[in-house]
Design a binder for this molecule. Structure first.
Ligand code: AMP
Length: 583
């Protein structure tokens, strides 16, 4: 398949933000793609080379790409830099300078999707002393043969700046329509995606064998399962109607969720965002296999920092010291962790996803030979009446609350249902509640905050449309050190224009490529004509906003924008708070 076809499709997709149009463009493209290239195209549309859990990163710096562009175009580096500065996108700059070169090249070879993809993979895999030079050479080899339009997208892919706004849901719709007989087949493709976390593999199976092939997807070792999520409840009375008269209450610990794939051959660890985090936790790799008798299993656990002497849980901030590239061995000794297992999804060749919670828990308890550091999360069977006492036990043990789980619920990969409920302390204290929100823009600070972002514009995730809808400005709760580090983190992603996914009635001083998620507390959910979160859900022309929002000090770098709080959650909070006010 010619790369020009793909570049053309990218151009069309970039020109719209309407989901129906985007889906139609995707369907056209997928139908035109030979089956053997469908996986490749699926990754490229998402601006990736491989599924996230494989951790394949291009690692190309702007500088290196700019040099290669200048060389291929036969122009001085300053010409590329000028265009980059005025337009803000190196892909567009490449197209611009190559356009003026167009006539002078001779007999350029037509480039194919496979060639671009293979070259990008080589670039990603280049390592060692001469890797920069090799990367530059690979980039030039592509750009020498590329038309300006092709170059635009090659450069965007190289730098990870492709922004087609294609959410996973849109991609699944398009795949269902193209290969599985229509949108009705989408749940089957979604299930395959939830157990494999690999949209490329799902796409390629669907292209070859339709919905039938998707149905054949099974959980397998070293391929992470998308995690089951919990809905929040404000107070214990919310539990019984959803979970029945008897349910399980587990301690909700405040650490990092890890999915451990322990097998004879090796141990893999995936974060909640399904990134491979094994390198941070060599101790988990060592500790877990003997505790499960060397079985092959996929386990879920909360990794929590502990005091080695007393075994007491330490706050989340302590654990974050383990998220480092260098000095891992030292950090392992200084910040020990405990592995608190709460689920088992697979054991010795058998998928447990369709088993009820009670059976999974029994299997888990039966297979773990617990010690101080690897153990099952404390759990009890209870009804609504016992919750207050358990809640106190949980706080005393250093947990942040309880996870309430329906006894007969299967493991619902990738979904936030009401079979798991989270009950945290703050919900009981007052109406305040914390939310995880995406930083989409900022306003420059004044006074002591000059030269920094004094106020951030935050958004919720509008899951059905894949957009990020603004919900509040937050300027309180930041220490000077927070302001400083937020500036360092955010400024490389600053843009003059709003990202296409962001919906807001506000004009920020700067906008960001949405990636950072922070935790915010607030006193109340209110209605606002300016913010767009949950627009029209309660009153026409009004969205949700937060009253007195405050940064809690916690950056949720374990969450992606797609995992931020949703408008559905806000709506539930709003409804609950009004009910409480009337009671
Ligand atoms: P939240 O991050 O507030 O949406 O809460 C859900 C998270 O709680 C999960 O992703 C886990 O990391 C964590 N967690 C802590 N204890 C448990 C438990 N017993 N069962 C399930 N999840 C737990």
């Amino acid at each position: 398949m010619k790369f020009a076809v793909l570049a053309g499709a990218f151009g069309r997709m970039e020109s719209t933000s309407k989901r129906t149009e985007l889906t139609a463009f995707l369907v056209d493209l997928l139908r035109e793609t030979p089956p053997e290239s469908v996986a490749t195209i699926t990754y490229l549309i998402q601006g990736k080379l491989r599924p996230d859990f494989e951790g394949v990163e291009l690692g190309v710096a702007e500088k290196l790409a700019a040099r290669a562009i200048a060389k291929s175009a036969g122009v001085p580096a300053s010409a590329v830099a000028d265009r980059f500065k005025s337009g803000g996108d190196l892909g567009d700059a490449a197209a611009g300078v190559l356009d003026s070169r167009a006539q002078t090249t001779f007999a350029a070879e037509e480039i194919t999707v496979d060639r671009v993809y293979e070259t990008l993979l080589r670039i990603a895999r280049a390592s060692g002393a001469r890797s920069q030079e090799m990367k530059a050479r690979y980039i030039s080899s592509l750009l020498n043969d590329a038309t300006p339009d092709e170059a635009r997208y090659i450069v965007k892919l190289l730098l990870g700046t492709m922004r087609l706004g294609v959410a996973e849901n849109t991609m699944l719709d398009a795949l269902a329509i193209s290969f599985a007989g229509g949108k009705e087949a989408r749940p089957e493709l979604e299930r395959a995606y939830n157990v494999s976390s690999d949209l490329g593999r799902v796409a390629s199976a669907a292209a070859a064998g339709g919905a039938e092939a998707a149905r054949g997807f099974e959980i397998r070792m070293y391929s992470p399962v998308r995690p089951m999520l919990a809905e929040r409840v404000r107070d214990p009375s919310g539990a019984e109607p959803r979970l029945g008269a008897e349910f399980a209450a587990e301690f909700k610990l405040d650490g990092e969720r890890v999915q451990i794939h322990a097998g004879g051959e090796r141990v893999a660890i995936f974060s909640r965002r399904l990134e491979d985090v094994a390198s941070y936790y060599p101790d988990i790799i060592e500790m877990v296999p003997p505790r499960i008798g060397g079985r092959e299993a996929i386990l879920e656990a909360e990794a929590v920092a502990v005091n080695e002497e007393t075994g007491a849980f330490l706050p989340f901030q302590e654990l974050m010291h383990r998220r480092r590239k260098h000095g891992v061995a030292g950090a392992v000794t200084k910040y020990p962790v405990s592995v608190n297992l709460f689920d088992v999804l697979y054991v010795d060749g058998r998928s447990l996803l369709c088993e009820p919670y009670s059976a999974r828990r029994e299997i888990l308890e039966g297979m773990v030979d617990a010690d101080q550091r690897v153990r099952c999360v404390q759990a009890a069977r209870t009804g609504g009446a016992g919750l207050d006492d358990l809640m106190e036990d949980a706080f005393n043990a250093g947990a942040e609350g309880l996870m309430l789980k329906k006894l007969d619920s299967t493991y619902q990969a990738g979904s936030r249902g009401s079979n798991w409920l989270k009950l945290k302390r703050e919900y009981r204290d007052d109406l305040a509640d914390s939310l995880d929100l995406v930083v989409v823009g900022a306003f420059f600070g004044r006074g002591r905050r000059t030269g920094m972002y004094g106020t951030l514009l935050l958004a919720t995730n509008d899951a059905p449309t894949g957009t990020l809808t603004s919900v509040c400005k937050v300027g309180t709760g930041f220490t000077d050190a927070d302001l400083d580090s937020l500036y360092q983190m955010l400024s490389p992603d600053a843009r003059a224009r709003r990202d296409r996914r962001v919906v807001s009635g506000m004009e920020a001083d700067v906008w960001f490529d949405p990636s950072l998620v922070i935790e915010v507390a607030a006193s109340e959910v209110t209605l606002s004509p300016t913010h767009k979160a949950g627009m029209d859900a309660v009153r026409k022309g009004y969205g949700f906003a937060l009253r007195f929002p405050k940064f809690t000090g916690r950056i949720r770098d374990d969450k992606s924008p797609e995992q931020a709080s949703t408008n559905e959650e806000l709506e539930a909070l709003y409804a609950g708070q009004n009910k409480a006010a009337r009671a």
